[in-house]
Design a protein around this ligand. Structure first.
Ligand code: TXA
Ligand code: MG
Length: 316
């Protein structure tokens, strides 16, 4: 893998401008929010989003939180209900993420929401994050800026220790205030606490005037990435297919003569990740069993195979 030089950008100088340029070019920038440092990419650029998973070494495509500059941008991306609007006006900007139905024409890479019809969205309060979002002018996908399985970073030094050499830049604005990730609320359909975080749930209950439903630990996974059959096309899926059987359509990887769609003809795992959900949706619309070419189980290939095996798992 080609090593990347990670620049340290000072948020007080021209750093924010440079960071926005890097994002526009499809690069990865770690930036401060009031909760923790996020690892940002242009949420509309599938390759850039795929690089987030690669840099984090994430073995699965969990859905990512989208950061927006204002409520208008949020409403272009997500469908708000009355409770969500109420919470947004009370707590945004701030450490609250809302999981809402995705607008059909939101223009996000499907990799952002791991192919789900919902999106996690928030308007951060940190001044540098807000400057970056308004300079960039679009939605930024950002999970916490740590290697997968490690602790969330609250200083530029934490980010550098984990991700130097894997990302393009770190926008340095010192330590984060909250130091704990945002509180996540879903609506299915009642307001539900999906993750406790920087905004106390009592404040949310008081604002809504109703108790919050919560996921009982051990009952059902609240992160959709943990579900076994999570993104399941209607058609059956056959993995590690070196041939195409009668009646099948084929999702290729690498040089492949019989592929109906190819995740990456050149065998590039970043390109393949960026194409995965789009291609699965397109093939699924053809109502035929899908054969999927073998994908190397290294780097991003681990997350791709994880997602494909969930898609191929017996349906509940
Ligand atoms: O404070 C934060 O929220 C930080 C900063 C950078 O904004 N971000 C963060 O992102 O903690 P991350 O990726 O580490 O955590 C995202 C969580 C995951 O547990 C994911 O399952 C959930 O949000 N999530 C995102 N989109 C979702 C969706 N559509 N449905 C359900 N859960 C979702
Ligand atoms: Mg995290």
């Amino acid at each position: 893998m080609k090593p990347v030089t990670t620049q340290m950008l000072d948020a007080k100088g021209e750093g924010v401008k440079h960071a926005a340029e890097i994002l526009r070019g499809g690069g990865l920038v770690a930036f401060p929010t009031e909760t923790v440092y996020g690892l940002g990419a242009d949420a509309r650029n599938g390759r850039a989003v795929a690089r987030i998973f690669k840099a984090k070494g994430r073995p699965a495509f969990n859905p990512l939180i989208i950061h927006v500059a204002n409520l208008e941008m949020a409403e272009q991306i997500a469908v708000f209900n009355d409770d969500a609007r109420h919470l947004a006006s009370a707590f945004w900007p701030g450490p609250l993420t809302l999981v809402l139905p995705l607008q059909p024409d939101a223009g996000l890479s499907p990799l952002v929401s791991a192919g789900l019809p919902s999106v996690g969205i928030r308007l951060p309060a940190h001044a540098t994050a807000r400057q970056l979002l308004s300079k960039f002018g679009g939605p930024i996908a950002a999970p916490s800026a740590n290697r997968s399985g490690k602790i969330s970073p609250t200083t530029p030094a934490h980010v550098a220790a984990g991700l130097s050499g894997h990302i393009d830049a770190i926008l340095d604005a010192g330590a984060c205030d909250v130091g704990l990730e945002s509180t996540i609320i879903g609506f299915d359909p009642v307001p539900t606490l999906l993750r406790s975080g920087g905004l106390p749930s009592d404040a949310i209950k008081a604002c809504l005037g109703t108790p919050l439903a919560s996921h009982t630990p051990g009952e059902a996974p609240n992160a959709p990435g943990q579900l076994t059959s999570h993104y399941a096309p209607t058609a059956p899926i056959r993995l590690n297919a070196t041939t195409k059987r009668a009646g099948e359509i084929k999702l290729g990887f690498g040089p492949c003569d019989d592929a109906d769609l190819n995740l990456s003809p050149s065998g590039d795992l970043v390109e393949a990740a960026a194409n995965l959900f789009q291609h699965l949706h397109k093939l699924d619309a053809q109502n035929a069993p899908i054969a999927v070419a073998p994908i190397p189980n290294t780097g991003l290939g681990i997350a791709i195979n994880d997602r494909l095996s969930r898609a191929a798992a017996p349906r509940p």
